[in-house]
Write a protein that binds this ligand. Structure first.
Ligand code: GMT
Length: 374
């Protein structure tokens, strides 16, 4: 099918996180298909280098500081930049990721651009819907901004249902579910064959929702009965607490904190199982990356994780907060190499089938085409 090519302005968060990674991968995928893609954010986004290499043009919003403003109004700066880039580059679509504040950024830019303004797509990611989006501090403004968008998308049906419950938008605004995706060829080779202890990997932004302390406690259950080590990737508010807990449990020699990394694949290759005991996940991008690398995933039985990980087929699930349960799953996998291999192989095949980049980029292209018709 021959598709029309568009000029697309994307706005995303610049910090490390799943929504930024997805925004970058979508922008790259669209650029590779011949669309002219511009990315606007408050500073160079996390995957800036890869975006530039793919021919995506990057724009940083100018954010003037003044002692009279305790909180610089970033929403206004992003909206001004978005309107300017759209006008200058004659772009015909706006696609923003993470509704707070970017749905409002799109709405403001459209009002500046007037009747000829491009239509917009808002991709919601998770905490922008719950708990933040539902908070009365943001809800009325956000709901109005979401109504202004032509199409909403979410990475899972779970989040689409939350959007419906929380924002109570008309039927025209039922989100399109477009799952996140990974290119498994990037993880070719699977786990290394080095002589080493059984290795668990956890990657997150160390916010309370990720329950990184539960990851440490579950690992401690495993380390009590089997030789094992753990790699903790990422950084965030609870990282110091997680380190202190590792120290208190006497596990400093076995747990390595490696900080933020652009290429998580290096660490996935030296791991045997991924652990994601989150309290909530709209999707769980790290679980998808781990499955793509051929690792079984031990995760919470919650939200989009129950779709990404097929329980008993590609990973094992336990209830949120069930540290013993997570520990038992890890012990079971540490003692059963053939099960590990079976789940890992099945996971990779499943990811390639259900979460292939082409499937998702096709759907985004369809949404980009459809905004004029809804
Ligand atoms: O909403 C957040 O907590 C941040 C966001 C991020 O940037 O990491 O995570 C959300 O979006 C990711 C990409 O779509 C999903 O993989 C995460 O599951 C989702 N986080 C939550 O739902 C808690």
């Amino acid at each position: 099918m021959t598709r029309q090519r568009f000029g697309i302005a994307t706005v995303c968060l610049s910090g490390v996180g799943g929504s930024g990674i997805v925004a970058a991968e979508v922008a790259i995928g669209l650029a590779q298909r011949g669309h002219r893609v511009h990315v606007i954010s408050d500073r160079l986004p996390f995957r800036g280098k890869e975006l530039a290499e793919a021919g995506v043009r990057l724009h940083e919003a100018h954010l003037p500081h003044s002692p009279s403003l305790v909180y610089p109004p970033i929403t206004l700066a992003l909206a001004s930049t978005l309107a300017e880039v759209v006008a200058q580059e004659k772009l015909d679509r706006i696609h923003v990721h993470y509704a707070l504040p970017n749905a409002v950024v799109a709405q403001l830019a459209r009002s500046v651009l007037g009747p000829e303004a491009p239509r917009s797509i808002v991709t919601l990611h998770g905490t922008d819907v719950s708990p933040l989006g539902g908070d009365p501090a943001y809800w009325p403004v956000l709901r109005r901004a979401l109504s202004d968008a032509s199409i909403l998308t979410t990475p899972s049906q779970y989040l689409a249902d939350q959007v419906s419950d929380i924002f109570k938008l008309p039927n025209t605004h039922q989100p399109w579910v477009i799952p996140n995706f990974v290119d498994v060829s990037r993880y070719a080779g699977g786990p290394d064959l080095l002589e080493r202890s059984f290795t668990v990997i956890h990657a997150s932004n160390f916010r309370p929702v990720k329950r990184a302390l539960d990851a440490v406690l579950a690992f401690a259950r495993l380390a009590k009965v089997e030789p094992a080590r753990m790699i903790m990737v990422g950084d965030g508010p609870q990282q110091p607490e997680a380190r202190a807990l590792v120290d208190k449990l006497g596990l400093l020699d076995q747990v390595r904190f490696v900080g933020v990394h652009n290429q998580i694949v290096t660490f996935l290759r030296e791991s045997d199982v991924a652990l994601m005991p989150s309290a909530s996940e709209s999707f769980g991008l790290f679980a998808l990356e781990a499955l793509g690398a051929g690792l079984p995933v031990v995760a919470s039985r919650v939200g989009g994780l129950t779709t990404v990980v097929r329980e008993g087929e590609t990973g094992l699930l336990a209830e949120v907060g069930d540290i013993n349960g997570f520990g038992q799953c890890l012990i079971h996998l540490a003692r059963n190499a053939s099960l590990r291999r079976q789940l890992g192989r099945a996971g990779r095949i499943d990811v390639e089938r259900r979460f292939h980049p082409n499937v998702a980029i096709d759907r985004y292209e369809s949404a980009i085409e459809a905004v004029d018709k809804v």
